[in-house]
Design a protein around this ligand. Structure first.
Ligand SMILES: Cc1cc2nc3c(=O)[nH]c(=O)nc-3n(C[C@H](O)[C@H](O)[C@H](O)COP(=O)(O)OP(=O)(O)OC[C@H]3O[C@@H](n4cnc5c(N)ncnc54)[C@H](O)[C@@H]3O)c2cc1C
Length: 354
């Protein structure tokens, strides 16, 4: 039986790694040559992480586990076939794991921003930092990516760093207690925090806000939000808010499953966060399911660990401070310990594929 896995990011690659060896024939459709760890992009931007820490080549990995890598973009799913740029992959089962796209919420001047949503974009941003020594850097969006990037840049560069957030506190998806702790740590590092501030347009050398004020800047980094990719939007599968809606067994429809950021996973009233932690857990669950299926065993429903109303996260705020969040408990630790732990977890994920 052939399983076509579309997307070789955290979810897709981990699914194949955990499911192997097994009698299923896995075909990975992924245009990139490598699997990447996005959680390390802020460290790469700050000049701390190296390329080899955050990426592992897919070709040797697929050879090792007996999977086939088709280095192409999937364009559509027609019946039981994935239509790619040059080839067509027939499948018995399909897993969609194509992640999410950056959401610019229609702001003008997107071409004047940097993004750190992909490795290519992060490399472009790093090159700009190295070549131009920007003195005023504006980071738009204060989710995990925004706050981690702001603190790493504040530590590694001699520049004024601003973080701009439309809501009234940083990390608005977390509890007010977490936001307060993170704001305190960012301020200590000299990061300027502008909350309740909405960007209208990004120009080459300044940012215009909706109240008609503006701030000069040498570099604008957009980290505010994700949305379903065009590929996901086009798929004829059940959707919720544009994401692929799955049942408690991560099944979207018939022989098609969906995991990771592109899936809407809501089980027993708990909505899974779009995080590496959840992507990895969903991949492991589905790998177990495929093993059970071969043996004709029933399998239990998926259980969400990190949900939007009970977050689980390690938020690193530079080399000397990090915040650990589990549900309503939030611990701010002014020590290297949690930072080192997070860095170790992120780097060891990539090592599994080497
Ligand atoms: C800068 C940054 C920092 C982050 N930090 C953290 C963190 O500290 N902790 C945490 O838990 N989470 C973090 N996240 C979130 C985490 O990285 C994502 O939730 C996770 O990567 C989702 O895994 P995924 O496999 O669903 O998607 P991805 O890892 O994005 O992989 C999707 C893959 O699909 C491929 N693809 C896309 N379209 C197609 C197509 N049409 N055909 C074939 N392949 C396709 C892409 O090339 C990509 O390789 C961070 C994200 C970013 C951007």
């Amino acid at each position: 039986m052939r399983v076509a896995v579309i997307g070789g990011g955290i979810a897709g690659a981990e699914l194949i790694r955990v499911a192997s060896p097994c009698p299923l024939d896995f075909v990975l459709i992924e245009p990139k040559k490598q699997v990447e760890m996005q959680a390390l992009y802020p460290e790469y931007l700050g000049g701390i992480a190296r390329l080899q820490d955050l990426a592992a080549p897919l070709k040797p990995f697929c050879e090792k586990v007996g999977a086939t890598h088709i280095q192409e973009k999937a364009l559509s799913i027609e019946g039981s076939s994935v239509i790619c740029e040059k080839s067509r992959v027939d499948f018995d089962y399909c897993v969609v794991a194509t992640g999410a796209a950056q959401n610019y919420f229609g702001i003008q001047g997107v071409e004047n921003t940097f993004s750190i949503n992909t490795l290519e974009e992060t490399k472009r941003a790093r090159r700009f930092v190295e070549d131009n020594y920007p003195e005023r850097i504006m980071i738009m969006g204060s989710g995990l990516t925004g706050v981690e990037s702001a603190s790493i840049l504040a530590e590694s560069l001699d520049a004024s760093i601003y973080i701009i957030e439309a809501k009234d506190r940083v990390l608005p998806q977390f509890s007010p207690q977490t936001s307060a702790l993170v704001e305190k740590a960012l301020s200590k590092k000299g990061v300027n925090i502008l909350t309740s501030t909405q960007v209208a347009e990004v120009k080459k050398d300044c940012i215009m806000f909706t109240d008609n004020t503006c701030l000069d800047c040498d570099m604008a980094i957009w980290t505010a939000g994700i949305k379903p990719s065009e590929f996901i939007q086009k798929l004829d599968l059940p959707k919720k808010n544009g994401w692929i809606l799955v049942d408690p067994h991560l099944n979207a429809k018939g022989n098609i499953f969906c995991i990771g950021d592109c899936a809407w996973v809501e089980i027993d009233g708990r909505l899974a966060t779009k995080t590496g932690l959840e992507a990895e857990r969903q991949a492991k669950y589905l790998a177990r399911h495929f093993r059970n299926m071969i043996k004709g065993r029933p399998f239990e429903k998926y259980s969400v660990r990190a949900s939007t109303d009970s977050q689980v996260a390690l938020i690193s705020l530079g080399a000397d401070c990090a915040v650990g969040v589990v549900g309503k408990t939030c611990i701010g630790v002014p020590t290297r310990l949690i930072y080192s732990l997070k860095s170790w977890i992120d780097k060891s994920f990539i090592k599994r594929f080497k």
